[in-house]
Design a protein around this ligand. Structure first.
Ligand code: DGY
Length: 328
């Protein structure tokens, strides 16, 4: 075992994470941490990765050939505290025989929950309503003021019907939509059956859905899947919700679609870049709800993500099976 030797393997952690995770790592590894506010600056990462055996990183850290070259031959495991891995240059990492780990499953519920919250906040205009109440816009109860589309009898389209997409559908079902449609690489008969979802083409989903919720991974195939054309195909009453990655949307096209009322509203937990610049046009739109990438930000979930990331690193350094290895 690695830690029974004289030298403990060195691990670099790119952010101050939970104590449980660090305690576990400290038992068998020599741990160094970027403990500054926010993400590790690139030059710090490049400097500190040298000779490390393990890297505990976040979705805010771009792990590419440059980082891997600086790391050198010792690097055995890159474990990201996220389910998304579009920040990892998978090809370069695999070429060097370095293992990868991520945190699927444990964040599914939290992320699905947030997607539902965001969908409702967007369709029922919660933030706008709160603002009106604060600034004196609330003069009297009014019959059609601050109305938005309800889920009852609607068509809900899920793009990316994997773990998270399926859980979003399950949580939306009690709201009584008429039907669920999904667009996914592969058929998911069991999960589809459970909620009564029908697999359709991307175009059909766009044209038929009243609500579109995106939960697919960002890959070369899904990059800017939602472009000008896609928004044009949607209903002008459609509510668009994205909790996956900003990169699946052509953001300028989304701004135009919202400004021109080509679609009704958007709720975004992810965008490009993150954080979104304060003067970005999306912030000026009343029909756009913006959250700062908090999909998995349930307290216990984040703690479990930290712990699992630490366990994955330790397993790899002990040549044991990595709990949630990213194999692609
Ligand atoms: C992920 O894990 O990829 C989410 O975006 C953050 O939890």
């Amino acid at each position: 075992r690695y830690h029974s030797g004289k030298m403990k393997p060195q691990v670099y952690v790119t952010r101050q994470v939970n104590k449980e995770a660090l305690d576990l790592l400290n038992e068998c590894c020599e741990v160094s941490i970027w403990s500054g506010p926010g993400p590790v600056p690139r030059d710090e990462l490049l400097k500190n990765i040298s000779n490390k055996a393990g890297l505990f990183c976040m979705l805010t850290d771009k792990i590419d050939a440059e980082v891997l070259n600086k790391a050198g031959e010792n690097l055995k495991i890159i474990a990201t505290m996220s389910v998304g891995y579009d920040h990892l240059d998978v090809t370069e990492i695999k070429k060097r025989g370095i293992k990868m780990a991520y945190t699927p499953d444990i964040l599914t519920d939290a992320t699905a929950e947030l997607a539902v919250a965001l969908l409702l906040a967007t369709s029922r205009r919660l933030l706008e309503a709160n603002e009106e109440a604060r600034i004196g816009g609330w003069q009297a109860w009014s019959p059609f003021w601050l109305c938005g589309p309800g889920l009852k009898n609607s068509t809900v389209g899920i793009v990316g019907f994997g773990r998270i997409g399926q859980e979003i559908a399950k949580r939306l079902k009690p709201f009584g939509p008429k039907r669920f449609l999904y667009y996914n690489r592969s058929e998911k008969p069991e999960a589809a059956n459970e909620v009564g979802a029908k697999r359709v083409s991307f175009d059909e989903l766009l044209m038929e859905s009243d609500f579109i919720s995106v939960s697919c991974a960002l890959t070369p195939e899904t990059k800017e899947l939602f472009n000008e054309n896609a928004f044009k195909k949607m209903k002008n009453t459609a509510v668009f919700v994205n909790t996956s990655r900003g990169g699946v949307v052509d953001q300028d096209a989304l701004v135009n679609a919202l400004q021109s009322k080509t679609i009704w509203a958007a709720g975004l937990d992810v965008m490009t870049p993150e954080p979104l610049p304060l003067d970005h046009p999306l912030f000026k739109l009343k029909n756009c709800v913006i959250l700062p990438h908090i999909g998995s930000a349930a307290i216990e979930t984040r703690q479990e993500m930290g712990l699992l990331t630490a366990k994955n690193i330790i397993a790899a350094l002990n040549n044991e099976p990595v709990l949630t290895e990213l194999k692609i």
